[in-house]
Design a protein around this ligand. Structure first.
Ligand code: HEM
Ligand SMILES: *[C@@H]1O[C@H](CO)[C@@H](O)[C@H](O)[C@H]1NC(C)=O
Ligand SMILES: *[C@@H]1O[C@H](CO)[C@@H](O)[C@H](O)[C@H]1NC(C)=O
Ligand SMILES: *[C@@H]1O[C@H](CO)[C@@H](O)[C@H](O)[C@H]1NC(C)=O
Ligand SMILES: *[C@@H]1O[C@H](CO)[C@@H](O)[C@H](O)[C@H]1NC(C)=O
Length: 327
């Protein structure tokens, strides 16, 4: 017999808690990595991140997405932050990364940390902390634990970003396989997709849904009134539309409520309703405290993908997040 979703969800939570108590369970990351070397790091990252988000509330979504796009390609190693060089086209040039913003926030945090304590904090850890703090600003307290100890990678290839980042047009099967391939599961897929409760998407990435066969017909899985609204908004492919139409700067569970009314903006959002297990999780996550608990756990798992914590992983602490250290 298949265990009920409640049992699955509760046992997952217990498992995740045990892992975090027995420190070192997630790819060698630690809850106390900088406690001795640099205890002020948490305060400094939070201070700068919070003031950026206070100034510009849309920055929370940018920093959250940056961490995701970093982790899904070569693991969370800040490979996304490297600039292209004369003989290499870096991840940030890939089409999927063209709208990533917030690099200058990471640069500012890095500069401040290097001033206080040079050569200690990796860019990959800064991205993970800034993503958490950016989302947490609205709540005034940290919403999940960020483990640290990542080293920065030395390789960044545009082709890998194109190949590994899920596409906005992906169906459930493809999304599921991409997440499983990275050690994530269906709960993580639904929880992390809930990040789309904040931020925007450009009309170009979903406009096929408004004109499926080229005869002006709307994707039948899209609510017709919402489709009509989107059509009035999308005068050009460059227009940006809220992913959660009702509250795009508030981190809440409206994304799931909208999804259930066929108002998920991307095909990949709507796809979560096409599988029985994920559709059931979508319903559970309409309750904010449940969603938030799982989101935090899934962020922690995502933040441990492919991390370079061991000597043989060949990572480094970059001096400048945009370039690999000179020898
Ligand atoms: C499940 C697969 C996913 C797909 C196919 C996907 C796709 C997209 C696309 C196409 C956009 C709009 C980009 C643009 O037009 O500028 C977007 C925005 C965004 N995504 Fe995802 N995403 C996925 C998962 C995630 C995850 C796991 C996170 C974070 C945990 C995330 C966080 C965001 C955020 C915060 C935005 C808004 C960015 C902004 O306002 O600039 N997404 N996503
Ligand atoms: C950051 O620190 C400065 C100086 O200590 C303080 O004035 C400011 O209010 C802090 N900002 C936030 C958002 O905590
Ligand atoms: C999902 O998309 C993949 C890749 O485009 C395709 O090969 C597959 O047939 C699709 N699966 C379903 C169930 O539509
Ligand atoms: C749909 O796409 C076709 C072919 O690209 C285009 O000629 C037509 O104007 C579009 N219709 C609408 C309503 O966007
Ligand atoms: C926004 O909220 C209204 C009222 O609660 C609801 O009817 C509507 O479907 C929501 N729209 C979206 C896109 O979630």
């Amino acid at each position: 017999m298949r265990p009920s979703i409640n049992v699955v969800l509760v046992s997952l939570l217990v498992l995740v808690d045990v892992v975090s108590v027995c420190n070192g369970g997630l790819g060698g990351l630690s809850p106390v990595f900088y406690h001795k070397s640099f205890p002020e790091i948490g305060r400094i990252v939070r201070n700068i991140t919070w003031s950026k988000v206070a100034e510009n509330p849309t920055m929370a979504a940018k920093l959250l997405r940056m961490h995701y796009h970093d982790c899904f390609v070569r693991g969370c190693d800040a490979s996304l932050l490297l600039d292209s060089t004369s003989d290499n086209t870096a991840e940030k040039e890939a089409i999927q990364n063209r709208n990533i913003r917030g690099y200058e926030v990471i640069d500012e945090i890095k500069a401040r940390l290097e001033e206080e304590c040079p050569g200690i904090v990796s860019c990959a850890d800064i991205v993970a902390l800034a993503a958490r703090d950016a989302v947490s600003y609205q709540f005034g307290r940290p919403m999940w634990q960020v483990l640290t100890g990542r080293k920065d990678g030395k390789v960044s290839l545009s082709s890998e970003a194109s190949a590994n980042l899920p596409s906005a047009g992906a169906n459930f099967t493809t999304l599921y396989q991409q997440f499983i391939g990275l050690g994530l599961n269906v709960i993580d897929l639904v929880a992390l997709s809930g990040a789309h409760t904040i931020g925007v998407a450009h009309c170009g990435v979903f406009q096929r849904r408004l004109n499926v066969t080229g005869k002006g017909d709307v994707d039948p899985t899209l609510d017709p009134e919402y489709a009509e609204f989107l059509r009035t908004q999308c005068t050009t492919p460059a227009v940006a539309v809220a992913l959660d139409a009702n509250s795009s700067v508030s981190f809440d569970s409206h994304y799931f409520a909208g999804l259930r009314q066929n108002k998920g903006l991307l095909t990949s959002d709507a796809a979560l309703l096409t599988d029985r297990r994920s559709a059931r999780i979508v319903r559970r996550f309409e309750r904010f405290h449940i969603f938030m608990t799982y989101f935090g756990n899934s962020m922690k798992k995502m933040g441990a993908i492919g991390v370079k914590t061991r000597e043989q992983d060949g990572g480094e602490i970059r001096k400048n997040c945009r370039v690999v250290n000179a020898n």
